[in-house]
Design a protein around this ligand. Structure first.
Ligand code: PLP
Length: 370
């Protein structure tokens, strides 16, 4: 809520209580035997992985997953004791480093498995093995199973704790591809089992599958829903937004008709207009694609972006907002006086997805935790 004295009035409030309630709401959808893996890659989708990991108590969260080893190490160094899973591919040196730090490897293919088996020659290594059931990106494909089975048989100190896969289109309840992926995954698990590779746990579901109650298995890997964004293409998850990004009006002027505003002169005042300037821009992650193409909230009303978004500044039209003044709060993302700008709205305005809206907010925007 409160800002530091040495920053401009642009920051993001992170509502850790809302985050915690989202965890509870997600857990309420799971059968008792299904546990939650909180996916906090990319600094917790821009929300701050360390602070949110501190809210992941072991009663509710079984593991925290990151994409990179360095992201997992950041959590370890911050004193996070929960089991950690790295989803990305690692070099042999990184594998050694992971094992040293009790970080579980989400092995993504035969090449990485070979590096892991090298490390496992003289020490115990625990992995989750990824199977590609129809995403075509990471994971072992079916034709590679014989080679993988051979490698695992020859590596007695390499323990497969879980088999997992990732859905390509779980947000669309009508796409049969998800069921096809489940069938391919089940078949690959069976082939491994027949060959004596029996992992105790399985996980498939991301946020979208979890919100639909699909393929819940032993764990679900949930990222986006933790932050209250909508994971379903057509749905209402009823989770709470966690990030609220706000700034304040620092300049306010009345411009005569036909005045130019911003780079490229893409906006001219159609009449006399009150134009306010906000100290935020694309260097903060407020996309230049919002130029003449989005709104912010001032005094509970929507003020359109007027002209181009600059690197450090944005101009808005507040003519219709009675009493608008220097120092007024302007909300870029989040709620104000009953209205709200959602991540989905910003995503739609900029032809992307809410994931990228969050990840776009740069380090120049301080995060405050409440
Ligand atoms: C990012 C990621 C997730 C989480 O996806 P959400 O849609 O944010 O829930 C799960 N599994 C893998 C492999 C991922 O890369």
């Amino acid at each position: 809520m409160s800002s530091a004295p040495d920053i401009r009035p642009t920051w993001a409030d992170i509502d850790t209580a809302a985050y915690s309630r989202n965890i509870d709401a997600i857990l309420a959808r799971l059968p008792r035997e299904t546990r939650l893996i909180a996916v906090l890659k990319a600094d917790g989708y821009g929300h701050g992985a360390v602070e949110l990991a501190k809210k992941c108590d072991p009663d509710r969260v079984a593991m925290i997953a990151t994409a990179l080893l360095e992201e997992a190490l950041e959590l370890r160094r911050a004193g996070i004791g929960l089991p950690l899973l790295v989803l990305g591919s690692l070099t042999e040196q990184q594998i050694v480093n992971s094992v040293d730090n009790l970080i579980t490897l989400g092995v993504v293919g035969p090449e990485e498995l070979e590096r892991v088996a090298n490390v496992a020659r003289d020490r115990d290594v625990a992995i989750h093995l990824k199977l590609d059931s129809g995403m075509g990106r990471m994971g072992v494909i079916e034709s590679e199973l014989p080679r993988v089975i051979e490698m695992l048989r020859a590596a007695p100190r390499l323990r497969v704790d879980a088999l997992y896969t990732h859905f390509a289109n779980a947000g669309d309840a009508d796409d049969p591809h998800t069921n096809l992926q489940i069938a391919v995954f089940d078949r690959m698990v069976r082939l491994l089992g027949d060959a004596g590779i029996k992992a105790p746990k399985r996980h498939l579901a991301n946020s979208a599958a979890t919100m639909r109650g699909v393929a819940l298995a032993d764990y679900v890997r949930v990222g986006l829903s933790l932050f209250g964004a909508e994971a379903l293409d057509a749905g209402v998850s009823k989770l709470e937004p966690v990030m609220r990004w706000r700034t304040e009006i620092v300049r306010l002027k009345t411009l005569p008709p036909n005045s130019a505003v911003g780079y490229g002169v893409t906006y001219r005042t159609p009449g006399e207009r009150r134009i306010a300037t906000l100290p935020v821009g694309y260097a903060d992650g407020y996309s230049r694609l919002h130029s003449n193409n989005s709104e912010v909230l001032v005094r509970g009303k929507r003020a359109p972006i007027a002209g181009r978004v600059s690197m450090d500044l944005v101009t808005i039209d507040v003519t219709h907002i009675a009493g608008a003044a220097i120092g007024d709060e302007a909300v870029l993302l989040g709620a104000q006086s009953g209205d709200a700008i959602t991540a989905e709205e910003l995503a739609q305005r900029t032809s992307t997805i809410s994931y990228e809206v969050f990840c776009r907010v740069t380090r120049r925007v301080p995060r405050f935790y409440r």
